[in-house]
Design a protein around this ligand. Sequence first.
Ligand code: FES
Length: 174
Amino acid sequence: MTSTIDPTSGTPTASDCRDGETACGGCGISRRTFLGRSAAVGAVGVVATVGLTGCTGDLQAEASAPSRHPGGSPARALPAGDLPVGSQASVSIEGRTLLLHRESEDTVRAFSAKCTHQGCTVAPDQDRGRPTFACPCHGSHFDVTTGVPYGGPAQKPLTEFTATVDDDMVMVRI
Ligand code: FES
């Protein structure tokens, strides 16, 4: 398995990318993996330096995602009865897709569904029998209670929103 640099664009490529995919996440090869491979190749700093340049857009996408939304007016997400304790849901509020996790009767966690890797829409799923928020694009998974990524190329947590349960309604400040 090799990682190389396209001499015309300076973009890293990977020989194990599938058709139609690109390196730096497009084929599931994260920049961590790419840089790890670059370092392993030992072709010295030049390879790693160019690898960083090729992934600049990826790095900027992650760096621009805030970890917590500043909050705003409370908006109705869904009736609390539609989100039993321990369950997850995806809701659309005022043009945003949000992921909800009901921790307890009184506690709901809410996260942006925008993947912190390259912006695909994350959705509730199961991972080895446990609930997860999963990205369909490159396989990142996020913890449903914290939004912290595990597995896949995403490194930053999903942006968290403030959620409450008021009068049997889940409310999110957006
Ligand atoms: S956009 Fe790449 S893992 Fe989500």
